[in-house]
Design a protein around this ligand. Structure first.
Ligand SMILES: *Cc1c(COP(=O)(O)O)cnc(C)c1O
Length: 373
């Protein structure tokens, strides 16, 4: 069958459904809300949703730049035909400068020492964003004199220092205290340089929804594009997760379900098998949580296996019945709470084994099967 043919068939009826219309609307909403340039953060394969597909939509919606975490992620976008500006937010080997220049990829300053290593290469024309560390203590330069020195070294080496930025540590819980302190530090550093930059950016999703600042002209939006923020907003949910019933049976009272025989039927129970497991990122801790089938909730019983898990039903449903694991009735936020983690970790754990179904213009637009299309 041709590649186009594969694109229309789901080879596995367990799929992550990605609503590109909502993604588009979320980007437009945030650009309007902030009145700043959108730097769309699509690291980690677009938060698990597919980097190239996400890139195309956010660029359509008006994103000025894309951001990823590493050189391989940036190259994956270039190989996927994406020509828009890309910024690497994390570490790049100084010796990879030529690759950056050749592929028109911007990168972030890790430290003064990193800059000194970088200028051992020919960096004429390399696009660089100064990273100011205002309290994350992850990467970037804290000291203003060091920042000035780094800037001078880069300019003398004919790098194109097109941006300056910082990253907030507590914008999800604390939009005022810590974030204020960080922004003041950033402003001081920015003013000390007495220079103009094309991109001045501090806000991540939560800060761009809630925090007001001057001097910045861009914002970095990641999780907000998918509709998941720590604050109430008009953002629309982009991600759903579905599977289908592949086996249904009555299990007698006293029989057990799955590995370790951790669940015993208290009566004759109707048990269905679902083709999703921890190797899909649907972790074992999901045991005991609910899924949604045909208008009712059903509980996952026994241990979640690598590729399958079992649920208890109130009545028999036919093979092929769709089961919602995340969607209108089960939110990722609740799932994250149940599993003692955050939405980011949940969605980036949904891996390539899950088929992707993209919705565009309210219609099925593209199917991506693992390693096939
Ligand atoms: C991941 C990341 C972002 C995006 O954060 P969200 O909370 O997903 O909006 C922004 N800036 C940097 C430096 C990041 O690493």
């Amino acid at each position: 069958m041709s590649m186009l043919g594969w694109c229309k068939i789901m080879l596995r009826k367990t799929w992550l459904e990605i609503n590109l219309d909502n993604l588009y609307d979320n980007c437009c909403f945030m650009i309007k809300h902030t009145n700043k340039k959108l730097i769309a953060v699509i690291k980690a394969n677009g938060y698990g949703c597919g980097d190239v597909e996400i890139a195309k939509v956010v660029l359509d919606a008006g994103a000025s730049m894309l951001a990823v975490s590493s050189l391989d992620e940036a190259m994956a976008l270039r190989n996927g035909g994406i020509e828009a500006p890309i910024l690497i937010l994390g570490y790049v080997e100084p010796s990879d400068a030529l690759l950056l220049i050749e592929n028109n990829i911007s990168t972030s300053v890790v430290s003064l020492d990193w800059v000194k290593e970088l200028v051992k290469e020919n960096i004429n024309g390399l696009k660089v964003h100064l990273k100011v560390d205002t309290g994350m203590n992850r990467i970037g330069i804290k000291d203003i004199d060091e920042l000035k020195e780094a800037y001078e070294i880069l300019k003398n080496a004919k790098a194109d220092v097109e941006g300056i930025f910082t990253h907030y540590a507590c914008s999800d819980v604390d939009p005022s205290f810590k974030t204020d302190e960080q922004f003041s530090k950033f402003k001081r550093a920015y003013k000390a340089l007495n220079a103009k930059f094309k991109y001045v950016h501090c806000d991540n999703s939560d800060a761009s929804l809630t925090y007001q600042e001057d001097i910045t002209n861009s914002f970095r939006l990641g999780i907000g594009m998918y509709g998941y923020c720590s604050y109430k907003s008009e953002l629309k949910k982009v991600i759903s997760l579905y599977t289908t019933i592949i086996n249904v049976k009555t299990v007698n009272k006293g029989e057990t379900i799955g590995y370790g025989a951790t669940y015993t039927c208290e009566e004759d129970e109707i048990i269905a098998t679902l083709p999703i497991g921890y190797a899909d990122g649907f972790i074992r801790k999901n045991s005991g949580r609910n899924v949604y089938v045909n208008g009712e909730y059903a509980t996952i019983v026994g241990r979640v296996c690598m590729d399958q898990c079992m649920i208890k039903l109130s009545k028999k449903y036919p093979i092929g019945t769709i089961v919602e694991l995340v969607g209108d009735h089960i939110s990722i936020e609740d799932m994250a709470k149940d599993l003692d983690t955050i939405v980011y970790e949940i969605i980036t754990n949904f891996n390539e084994r899950l088929t992707r179904k993209y919705i565009k213009n309210n219609k099925e637009y593209l199917i991506v099967n693992k390693r096939v299309s």
